[in-house]
Ligand binder design. Structure first.
Ligand SMILES: [Zn+2]
Length: 134
C-alpha cells in the first residue's frame, strides 16, 4: 500500500510536500464548510468543495514549475496584504497616541505626544515655534 502511494505521487507536485498555498487553501475550505453549516450561506459548501478540488488538482499535478510559480505569486500577494495590515495598525496606534501638527512656516509635519496640555512646538526643520494644545 505504501509502495502504491509513493508510486502514485512520484513526479507529482504533492510529493514535494505541501506549500503555503496548499495549506492556505485547505484552511479556506474548512472555513467555508464551517460557515456554510453555521449560517444561511449554504452555497459556501460548494465553494469549499471547489477549493478542495483545486488544491488536490495542484497536489496531483505533474507540472511542478507552474505549481511552484503559483505558490510564489500567492506568497508575494500574501506578504503585501500582511504588510498593509501592519502599516494600517501602526498608523492607527500613532494617531491614538500622537497629534500630527503642521508647521505654519514650512508645513513640515511634526508628531507630538497627546495629553501634555499647552505646549510650545519647535519645528525641527525651520526652528519656528508655535503654541499648541496636545
Ligand atoms: Zn517649519
Amino acid at each position: 500500500m505504501r509502495n502504491f502511494f509513493s508510486r502514485f505521487f512520484q513526479g507529482r507536485y504533492g510529493s514535494y510536500g505541501t506549500d503555503k498555498l496548499t495549506r492556505f487553501l485547505l484552511i479556506l475550505a474548512v472555513v467555508n464548510f464551517g460557515v456554510s453549516v453555521c449560517t444561511p450561506l449554504g452555497f459556501l459548501y460548494y465553494v469549499g468543495v471547489a477549493i478542495l478540488v483545486y488544491s488536490f488538482y495542484r497536489l496531483l499535478s505533474h507540472n511542478i514549475t507552474a505549481r511552484y510559480r503559483e505558490n510564489e505569486r500567492f506568497e508575494s500577494v500574501f506578504k503585501k496584504i500582511k504588510s498593509l495590515f501592519k502599516r494600517t495598525r501602526s498608523e492607527f496606534l500613532t494617531r491614538k497616541n500622537y497629534h500630527i501638527y503642521t508647521c505654519p512656516n514650512c508645513s513640515q509635519k511634526i508628531r507630538i505626544p497627546r495629553g501634555k496640555g499647552q505646549i510650545i512646538v519647535r519645528c525641527p526643520k525651520c526652528m519656528t515655534e508655535f503654541q499648541k494644545k496636545s
